[in-house]
Design a protein around this ligand. Structure first.
Ligand code: SF4
Length: 753
């Protein structure tokens, strides 16, 4: 953050606050916070309130002053000193209003931030309204506080309620704008009310998880009075280790970093909420990592953020997680979440692949050095330390040799590990296995009782994982390697549908699997079979209620096919042409980094490219502040979960039909299996995957009922290939086929005139 404001005396502080209160009484948080006049200060002269520290402690997710201005709507950087002073006063009040909602433990941690003479008002939960008795009553009440009635949402919610009541697993597809989040949350909250049942809601993206946790659930609780004990759980490495935060204090890390970290640890401890710290080495050092966690022996165990989060999740009635954590819970027989009755999976089109990954393993060269960095912390007889150090050095050397061998043997990109390479790597790993075994034995013998248990377990776990990757044992496993910017090795099960059918779904009393894209040509069979669900699983679908009146889709027949060497330049020129004709913002979706790089090389209009100008969240932030015309070139992570409404996105370009790469290890193995069974891997695998992905990508353009725009599909195969109907049926409106720039201009003019 770029500023520090010291309010030098309590008089000035008082003046700032009361200037904010002002005669006009414009500040709503003040009105919502009647205790303000009772906040006291001034026992000492020169009491100091550091607003940077305060802002970081209260809004740790905001990275800088610009973000703080945008988030609070306050002109904190205004050149006029009085405007700025008033804004700063309002900031103090906003912070106090926010803090008032925090639980006691978090407010205690604020003592480091506030002047000692300030008395914070006690936490008083707001009284809630009487809960509704029926779904209809709940919707009726919400329409009075701003929820616009939507028939599709109402039908959807009724279907969810029916599934929960009759213990069904159902697939519910609902296009953008249906309002499916409230559509499942409201019946779910009603089903949980006055019962001892438990529910898990799983999302794929962090954006949706944040929306559910920070906005939707609190809003529903406030307006419906349906308060259930709820928890948000992420993987343990997402949480701050409080012991590491305390250690920072001895490393001369400034108070304006340490104090907000203490406040964050006392609240959620969630590192995703840490926006003001950008140094990766510092963040990595703060993570809860199993190999350095002392578990119950840690003196901070009662306050440990990840322990608190796990415990809260275990006892909560409603737990919000991501797909990966749902998979990790399944892989550990509900050890993380405990048994639950209802499961709602949003963005369920991606569930099967995430669950499959959760049963696999992946290793990179940086894991073992991180584990080894903890050896020096183990309390060992000083006379034995040199032996431990020698063994540690032996591991480091054999680890380096092993990964050097890996780099020399595996091809670039992602590919399946050939059996002969896997065997060669297993032999190359022998010295590493021996060295790890020796250190584990030594640590067991020399470490004081209980000391180093986590380290020993992590070393043994690493050894086991590496062995499993190189020699996965019985069952259908795909061993793979990846050498792009870094290098990794992994193993993933080929097909988990049987395990899901026998072990996952029987644990669930009722399940709602929902997404904007579950079916291919109206049929959900492709996803059902991957999820291990029976073919007769109920499926219902609602189209997007958006009219698409101001939207056109154009298939560009005037560009070469994507594999043609002239394609990148042709697409770049086309984007240039569009930018000259209309001053709007566009996004181009690619399926391969190489293709994106080739187009970017020729592109002459303002743009941001994933992998060159930053990664997803950072790019989205920058793109929003760019004036039109501008293009955002995105890869895999931009095909879904990107929400750029209105003028933020008006042109969407699909750079090629999103067929999966045939050499993708899992796809290749699946295709081989299908072919061996005499089935068509194109029709039964590549095509449905591509259609589902195209539907996801198309959903990026229209996000609100008033959105307008043009979707350009820059792949002429859509006009000529026999499979085109599968894609055409995925389009929300009938497309135009464009043969020339003049025809394109007509389409652009029709929308942007
Ligand atoms: S229990 Fe583990 S993660 Fe928690 S504070 Fe202690 S060492 Fe850190």
């Amino acid at each position: 953050m770029e500023f520090i404001v010291f309010v030098e005396t309590t008089d000035v502080l008082a003046r700032i606050i009361f200037s904010a209160l002002g005669p006009q009484k414009r500040l709503t948080p003040t009105d919502a916070w009647p205790e303000l006049p009772r906040a006291t200060w001034g026992a000492k002269d020169k009491e100091v309130l550091d607003l940077r520290l305060l802002a970081r402690a209260v809004w740790p997710e905001i990275p800088d002053l610009q973000g703080l201005c945008a988030n609070t709507g306050l002109p904190l950087a205004d050149p006029d000193p009085w405007t700025r002073a008033e804004a700063l006063g309002k900031l103090v009040l906003l912070a106090l209003a926010e803090v008032q909602r925090w639980p006691a433990q978090a407010r205690q941690a604020l003592a480091r931030v506030f002047p000692s003479t300030w008395a914070l008002p006690a936490f008083r939960p707001r009284p809630l309204p009487r809960p509704p008795r029926t779904l209809a009553e709940a919707f009726h009440r919400l329409t009075k506080v701003g929820l616009s009635p939507r028939s599709a949402q109402w039908e959807y919610a009724q279907r969810v309620a029916q599934a929960l009541n009759s213990n069904e697993v159902v697939l519910l597809e609902a296009g953008p704008g249906t309002g499916k989040t409230f559509g499942y949350l409201i019946p779910l909250l009603l089903a949980l009310r006055n019962t001892s049942t438990r529910a898990v809601v799983a999302t794929r993206t962090r954006t949706l998880q944040d929306q559910l946790w920070k906005k939707d659930l609190p809003w529903l609780e406030e307006h419906l009075g349906l308060r259930v004990e709820r928890a948000l759980l992420k993987g343990r490495e997402n949480y701050l280790c409080l012991r590491r935060v305390q250690e920072l204090e001895h490393q001369l890390i400034p108070e304006d970093i340490v104090a907000p970290l203490h406040v964050l640890a006392a609240r959620s401890g969630d590192l995703d909420e840490l926006g003001f710290l950008s140094e990766p080495w510092l963040i990595e050092g703060l993570r809860d990592r199993p190999w350095r966690c002392q578990g119950q022996r840690c003196r901070l165990w009662p306050h440990c953020p990840s322990r608190r989060a796990r415990e809260a999740a275990h006892s909560a009635q409603l737990v919000v997680v991501n797909h990966a954590l749902l998979g990790a819970d399944w892989a550990t027989e509900n050890a993380l979440l405990g048994p639950y009755d209802y499961l709602v999976v949003d963005e369920a089109h991606a569930l099967a692949s995430v669950l499959r990954e959760s049963l696999g393993t992946e290793l990179t060269p940086d894991v073992l050095p991180l584990i080894l960095s903890e050896v020096r912390r183990v309390d060992i007889d000083p006379q034995r330390i040199h032996e431990i150090n020698a063994l540690e050095e032996e591991i480091r050397a054999s680890h380096r040799d092993f990964w050097e061998t890996v780099r020399g043997l595996i091809p670039s990109g992602r590919s399946r590990l050939k059996p002969e390479i896997a065997n060669a790597l297993l032999i190359a790993a022998e010295p590493l296995f021996h060295a790890i075994d020796a250190l584990v034995r030594k640590l067991k013998a020399e470490a004081k009782e209980g000391e180093g248990d986590e380290l020993i377990n992590s070393l043994a776990g690493y050894r086991g994982d590496l062995f499993r990757i190189l020699s996965p044992g019985p069952g259908e496993w795909v061993q793979w390697s990846n050498r792009e910017e870094g290098v990794s090795l992994g193993v993933t099960p080929l097909d988990i549908s049987l395990e899901l059918a026998q072990d996952f779904w029987p644990r669930v009393r009722a399940g709602i699997l929902t997404s904007a894209t579950l079916a291919v040509q109206g049929n959900p069979q492709f996803l059902l079979s991957r999820l291990g669900l029976p073919g007769e699983t109920p499926f219902a679908s609602w189209l997007s209620p958006f009219s698409y009146e101001c939207v056109r889709i154009a298939i560009l027949d005037n560009v070469p096919e994507p594999d043609d060497p002239r394609y990148p330049q042709a697409l770049a020129e086309l984007l240039h042409h569009v930018a000259q004709k209309v001053a709007v913002k566009g996004m181009v979706l690619f399926t391969a980094k190489r293709a994106l790089a080739a187009v970017r090389m020729h592109l002459k209009v303002p743009h941001l490219a994933q992998g060159w100008d930053g990664e997803r969240d950072q790019l989205l932030r920058r793109f929003k502040s760019m004036p039109p015309p501008a293009f955002l070139l995105g890869l895999e992570s931009f095909w879904e979960g990107v929400d750029l409404p209105g003028r933020e996105l008006e042109i969407l370009v699909i750079a090629r039909l999103p067929f999966p790469h045939p050499a993708e290890p899992l796809l290749e193995a699946e295709a081989e299996k299908l072919r061996a069974q005499g089935r068509s891997d194109f029709r039964e695998l590549s095509l449905p995957l591509a259609v589902l992905k195209l539907r996801q990508g198309l959903g990026r353009l229209v996000r609100t009922p008033t959105d307008r725009g043009v979707i350009l599909i820059a792949d002429p195969r859509l006009t000529s290939r026999p499979y085109r109907n599968a894609f055409l049926s995925a389009l929300p409106i009938a497309p135009d086929t464009i043969h020339s720039l003049a025809e394109l201009d007509v389409v652009l003019h029709a929308v942007f005139r």
